[in-house]
Structures are given as C-alpha cells and as structure tokens.
Design a protein around this ligand. Structure first.
Ligand SMILES: C[S@@+](CC[C@H](N)C(=O)[O-])C[C@H]1O[C@@H](n2cnc3c(N)ncnc32)[C@H](O)[C@@H]1O
Length: 237
C-alpha cells in the first residue's frame, strides 16, 4: 500500500525482515560510528529528502557506470564486485544493521573506495535514483517467504520490480540467485512482466554460476542444507 504516509511524508511500506540481530561487537560499533556516514550515497531517507530529489551520481562516482546490490547480507559479494570492477560504482542496500557492520569490516580490509551504502530499504533508494541510471542489479538470495500467504512479501512483486525497472535502461542486466524452486517460478513470471527478458542459453543454464561469482553466506547455508542454487540472468527490454 502506498496511499498511507508517515509524518515525514514517506509512503507506507511494509517491511517484514529483521533490522537488528544479536549484539554488535565493539569493532563493529566502531565501523558503524566511523565509516557509515562517509559511505552514504547522499540524501536517501524521507526525513532528510522529503522532496525526493535525485542523488548526485556524478559527485558520488564521476562517470563510472552504476551497479546496485539489493539485500547484500554480509556484503561478501558486494566487496568482491567492487574490488574486481574498480571502473564501476556500486551502491548496496541492506536494512539489517548487523550485515551492514559486517560489510564495513570487509571494506576496511579490502580498501575499496567505489562503494556506497544505503543502510535501509532498497525501495527508499529507488525513489531517489535517476531514471535509467542503473546498468546492473543483483538480487541474491532474497528472503524466500515460503508460505503461500506470504508470497506477496517477496521482492519479485510489481511493488519492487516496477520501480527497479524504471531505473534500468534497455540492455541493463538483472541477476537473481535463489535456492527456492517456487521463488524461481515467481521470478520467471514476474520479472518478464516488469520489462525484462530471461537470457537462458539452454534448459540447464540456471545451474551455471556467473563467471565472476563468489558464493554468498546464504548460498553456503543453502548448500549445507542440501538445496540447489539457481542463477537467473535478465536483460531489460
Ligand atoms: C536471505 S538474505 C540474503 C543475504 C545475501 N544476499 C546472501 O546471499 O547472503 C536476504 C537479505 O535481503 C534483505 N532485504 C529484505 N528486504 C529488503 C529490502 N526491501 N531492501 C533491501 N534489502 C532487503 C534482508 O535484510 C536480508 O539481509
């Protein structure tokens, strides 16, 4: 529902995930205090940007193409992509503060500087990114919401996919990884509806990880528990 608003003017957006988990280590609190503000992509939240002015991407990353990772978890894939692609600027969105703190530790160790972090809901970031500005987006092991009555909470619903599609120019790439077969079904239904085509090179294509892939924490857990990763690549039409 987007017709209800909060005092800041923000539309009502249901968020069912976790924002906090177990206590943070002292080092992680230090990373959050010292590093997070410096890695901000600009004014994203409604209280600081009620008019939803677009972010100044030129000031952020110069002329580098922009990539986006939605729900980066512990940030291993995000840091890996930033380190392997210094000519790209990447923004990661993740509302789970423990994950953000883990990412900050990894950024310190890797020394990458082509990264920005929105420590919140990706939809708030979508509002303030210019149309057609995102060349590549990663949606890696989104929350599965296995119960049928919760499928509408999944990221692969029009509420999330339509604003994402608006940000992506024709030819831009969206990668989705999931270990849940019913999530594959919903992805293959909803993502093309939002204006993407699935780039499958054969019936077994989904089994093949991307050449530049590293397994995320969630993928490692899925493999330990005997589930099969699916790798889906889409192109904006
Ligand atoms: C199952 S975890 C996977 C994390 C990581 N991508 C991995 O593969 O290890 C899904 C993540 O998506 C995040 N998430 C859920 N809804 C989100 C939203 N609206 N915007 C950004 N991140 C979101 C959750 O906080 C969670 O960390």
């Amino acid at each position: 529902m987007t017709d209800r608003t909060s005092p800041s003017g923000a539309p009502w957006r249901n968020f069912y995930g976790r924002r906090k988990g177990k206590g943070l280590r002292d080092s992680q609190k230090t990373y959050l205090d010292e590093d997070l503000a410096k890695l901000s992509p600009g004014a994203v939240d409604w209280d600081v940007n009620p008019d939803r002015r677009p972010l100044d991407l030129k000031a952020l990353f110069g002329d580098r193409p922009l990539w986006l990772e939605i729900g980066f978890g512990g940030g291993e894939h995000l840091v890996h992509q930033a380190a392997s692609n210094p000519d790209v600027g990447i923004i990661g969105a993740e509302p789970y503060v423990n994950g953000v703190a883990m990412l900050l530790g990894k950024i310190r160790r890797a020394g990458v500087e082509n990264l920005a972090i929105h420590p919140g809901d990706a939809r708030d970031l979508f509002d303030v990114l210019p149309e057609g500005s995102v060349q590549r987006a990663f949606l890696l092991y989104p929350d599965p919401w296995p119960k049928a009555r919760h499928h509408r909470r999944r990221f692969v619903t029009p509420e999330h996919l339509e604003p994402l599609a608006r940000l992506m120019p024709r030819g831009a790439i969206l990668r989705v990884a999931t270990d849940i077969e019913d999530y594959v079904r919903q992805t293959l239904l909803e993502v093309p509806r939002a204006g993407f085509e699935w780039l499958a090179e054969g019936p077994e294509d989904w089994r093949q990880p991307w050449a530049d892939w590293i397994p995320t924490r969630y993928e490692q857990k899925a493999l330990r528990e005997g589930r099969t990763p699916h790798y889906l690549t889409f192109r904006r039409t």
